[in-house]
Design a protein around this ligand. Structure first.
Ligand code: GLC
Length: 434
């Protein structure tokens, strides 16, 4: 058994740390702007310019939740988290508490419901993202992120805004989401912040986090909740960077359950013009690196305003599908390798939860020999994972043929690696330990 124990939390994370790989979906009216999900805020747009204009034309006529679910499943993802409302405040579900919602667009359907049904039907777990920030609600006070913070009368406007009304609204909507859509596996709040200068920040007092979460846990026992509502729950969520060690709890130093969330190209919403799309090779290495440090990867797709996944997203998902088809055994049910196993340079290890299998991911493909320190006497059998072809190795008197110098390889195993790199982006060697 793995010796790593994570901090106890209220939610059920057992399935989560087994499954390791999920899809984030950022979808809202910002798909029409196609230049960032923060467009309303960044460009300081008014409600007339943004809310009232886009709602008239939002019509993802090619949306097919089943197709999204099939693509996620084929890529090897085991769960998906959809934005039910992002910072713009637009609701992708048929909320009873607002008119600013998808059922009031030409599209006219409750997209959250179709998402939940289709993903569940494919056997994936479902999560809902809910933005605590809301740039549409008339009582949400203007702060450092709000689109109106450059308006001359911003402070004046704040005098008539009653944030407690917004808190009420938030509570009611979260209750709706936790009541009307069956079992929800993850609730992903986003996010809390400090104030600066004249602007007050927003955190657990404004969101009434304790009250909201108490209700959520009554309605959805076992649900996993992230930490972004300013109250520690189940999930630590590093974003847009890859941790270099297994994150630990600030006060106690315990290991925590964590999930890196990453984009294909930078923005979370559909971004037409970005040229920073990550290579397939880099994306797969990100998944492996995450699991090699005991974490999950939540990889984001921003569907187009017509409702389908952009070709660049689809191609990347297909690359994952191809790799996972042969190599998922090194991901599902795997975690950080035991401290006694130190991966050589150019490689990343993962190890199965039961401790019996060790996986060597060849980020750098070595020439003929791969030296694995400390493994002498511990290997029962070794093979490439993608085709189960045997890998020969020596562990006694492992020396290179040289008359120039001696290399001390005691305790190491030297594997014979074919010169021809297997036809897979990141080859994996599966070691059955004694
Ligand atoms: C950030 C951004 C947001 C995105 C989120 C995902 O907090 O505000 O656009 O939804 O990260 O982690």
């Amino acid at each position: 058994m793995s010796s790593y124990v994570t901090r106890k939390t209220p939610g059920d994370t057992a399935w989560f740390v087994h499954d390791r790989f999920g899809m984030f979906i950022h979808y809202g009216m910002y798909a029409m702007c196609a230049r960032h999900e923060w467009t309303k805020g960044r460009e300081h747009m008014t409600d007339e310019d943004y809310d009232q204009r886009y709602i008239k034309y939002f019509n993802p006529d090619m949306f097919d939740a089943k197709d999204w679910a099939r693509q996620a499943k084929k890529a090897g993802m085991k769960y998906a988290i959809l934005t039910t409302k992002h910072h713009e405040g637009f609701c992708m579900f048929d909320s009873a508490y607002t008119d600013y919602k998808i059922t009031n667009t030409p599209f006219g359907r409750d997209l959250v419901r179709e998402f939940v049904d289709a993903f569940r039907a494919e056997g994936l777990k479902v999560g809902l993202y809910y933005s605590l920030i809301d740039w549409h609600h008339p009582d949400f006070t203007i702060d450092k992120f709000h689109p109106y913070n450059t308006a001359e009368n911003a402070e004046e406007l704040n005098k008539t805004r009653d944030i407690t009304k917004y808190s009420e609204y938030l509570y009611n909507q979260v209750e709706e989401l936790m009541t009307n859509y069956g079992k929800i596996d993850i609730l992903w709040f986003d996010f809390s912040y400090d104030g600066e200068g004249k602007w007050q920040g927003k955190g657990k007092e404004v969101w009434q986090t304790e009250k909201v979460i108490k209700r959520v846990r009554e309605l959805q026992p076992g649900i996993i909740i992230d930490n972004r509502a300013d109250l520690e729950q189940d999930l630590w969520t590093p974003e847009q960077f890859q941790p270099t060690f297994w994150p630990t709890h600030r006060e106690t130093g315990e290991l925590v359950v964590w999930e890196a969330c990453q984009t294909f190209s930078g923005s979370w919403g559909y971004s037409r013009d970005e040229t920073s799309w990550k290579s397939h090779d880099m994306l797969i290495r990100m998944l492996v690196s995450t699991v090699s440090l005991g974490g999950n990867l939540l990889l984001n797709v921003g569907p187009t305003a017509r409702g389908y996944f952009d070709y660049r997203a689809t191609e990347a998902l297909e690359a994952f599908g191809e790799w996972m088809k042969y190599n998922s055994r090194s991901i599902y049910g795997c975690t950080m390798a035991e401290p006694e196993f130190k991966a050589p340079s150019g490689c990343k290890y993962t190890q199965s939860e039961d401790g019996k299998r060790l996986y060597v991911h060849l980020f750098e493909y070595p020439f003929r020999f791969l030296e694995l320190p400390g493994l002498a006497g511990k290997i029962d059998y070794a093979q490439f994972l993608h085709d189960a072809s045997e890998i020969l190795y020596s562990e006694e008197d492992a020396v290179y043929l040289t008359d120039q110098y001696d290399t001390d390889l005691s305790g190491s195993v030297v594997m014979n690696i074919p010169v021809l790199k297997p036809n897979t982006l990141v080859p994996v060697i599966e070691i059955f330990l004694k």
